[in-house]
Design a protein around this ligand. Structure first.
Ligand code: AR6
Length: 166
């Protein structure tokens, strides 16, 4: 099942929260900053040992003070016009996050709108890529029973609803 909600992803009661990180995994602004602030310093301490993460890949840490068990740090692509592998990399973030959740025994996963903030990926183009990749990965990993996409506002949610409906 895929759900779309408006809220603050740091407040989600799920097994795994996906972070929209950068390849250093050493924190930043946006949802990354919010997750590190709410989860506390243990997440960054674990990230320091991971040696960064390539674009399109995902690495797991504990979730500190968050109610989740894990944070799955996904590195989305910076938008460069769409011909530099961005759709494949964005899809890979979702595929790899579901695979990693399954391997960790996490059954419920919350996603932010990866790459659509600071990284500039147009929402209308990101939404179908994110939804399709997540649906496909959940078919392969049925133990992951819920992916909940959490948005800050209705304008961000709307293209994902359209993608889910089509
Ligand atoms: N809950 C849910 N969504 C949120 C929250 C929150 N608490 N806070 C922000 N968003 P961004 P990116 C939304 O910029 O584009 C960081 O500095 C936000 O409104 O967080 O992948 C990293 O370190 C937007 O819709 O992620 C990287 O350097 C969405 O989350 C870079 O930004 C994603 O926006 C990654 O950029």
């Amino acid at each position: 099942m895929i759900e779309l909600v408006i809220g603050d992803i740091t407040q989600e009661e799920v097994d795994a929260i996906v972070n929209a990180a950068n390849s250093t995994l050493l924190g930043g602004g946006g949802v990354d900053g919010a997750i590190h602030r709410a989860g506390g310093p243990s997440i960054l301490a674990e990230c320091r040992d991971l040696g960064g993460c390539p674009t399109g890949e995902v690495k797991a840490t504990g979730a500190g003070r968050l109610s989740a068990k894990h944070v799955l740090h996904a590195v989305g692509p910076v938008w460069r016009g769409g011909d530099a592998g961005e759709p494949e990399q964005l899809a890979s973030c979702h595929t790899r996050a579901i695979e990693l959740a399954a391997s960790l025994g996490d059954r419920t996963v919350a996603f932010p709108a990866i790459s659509t903030g600071a990284y500039g990926y147009p929402l209308e183009l990101a939404a179908p890529v994110a939804i399709r990749a997540t649906q496909d990965a959940m078919r392969v990993h049925p133990d992951v029973e819920l992916a909940r996409f959490v948005f800050r506002d209705e304008a961000t949610l709307a293209p994902y609803r359209a993608a889910l409906g089509s």
